[in-house]
Design a protein around this ligand. Structure first.
Ligand code: ATP
Ligand code: MG
Length: 183
């Protein structure tokens, strides 16, 4: 692509990858890979995740200090209002505190909030608090939010929203998660 557009037209975007089909996290990782190639600093914070060792954690280590992925959860979350484990809520609160700091600091060109839509959907995180931070983010910072059932407030705020539609998934044939594809 040519660099013909004036610098003033460059701006940070808010993107959401949502919907029931596969590809929300991996599309965000693809964008992160693209951003890194443009010399951008990338931080990926994974809400709720923690028990599985995903391949991207090791890929990130090979990318160097400007490409960081952190798991902020412990993998299994008991959901449903009062039954939610306070420990999981605490981990989401800590993840959000770190995410808000990272976005507002301007230290990162792209911040991915992976699976944050689930944390909001499970009522572990207030969508209004997320919207407040997104509204006052530094202009050039890009933010991607992933997970099913994105909150309407955040969809409204976002610039680009993609809904993954499930046409078919190997899981339906009883094929379990495959290394390199699912984790
Ligand atoms: P991926 O990380 O592969 O891009 P995702 O982010 O779109 O998937 P999540 O809701 O985060 O999906 O769920 C992660 C796991 O669930 C992955 O192992 C993924 O393959 C699997 N998964 C995603 N969509 C489906 C589906 N429609 N049916 C069954 N499993 C799915
Ligand atoms: Mg995902």
């Amino acid at each position: 692509m040519t660099e013909s557009s004036p610098a003033s037209s460059r701006r940070g975007l808010i993107l959401i990858n949502t919907g029931p089909g596969k590809g929300k996290t991996t599309a965000a990782l693809g964008t992160a890979f693209r951003a890194a190639g443009n010399g951008m600093r990338v931080l990926i914070l994974q809400f709720l995740k923690g028990s599985w060792h995903y391949g991207e954690l090791d890929s990130a280590l090979k990318m160097g200090p400007d490409f960081v992925i952190k798991q902020m959860g412990r993998g299994f979350v008991k959901v449903g209002g009062a039954e939610t484990d306070p420990e999981d809520i605490k981990m989401v609160e800590d993840a959000w505190a770190e995410a808000a700091d990272a976005i507002l600091s301007g230290d990162w060109d792209l911040v991915v909030l992976d699976e944050i839509n689930y944390a909001i959907g499970y009522k572990m995180l207030d969508p209004q608090a997320v919207a407040d931070v997104l509204r006052c983010k530094p202009e050039m910072v890009h933010v991607i939010l992933t997970g099913r059932n994105a909150h309407p407030l955040l969809i409204e705020l976002a610039d680009t929203v993609t809904e993954m539609r499930e046409v078919k998934h190997a899981y339906q044939k009883g094929i379990l998660a495959q290394r390199g594809i699912e984790f």
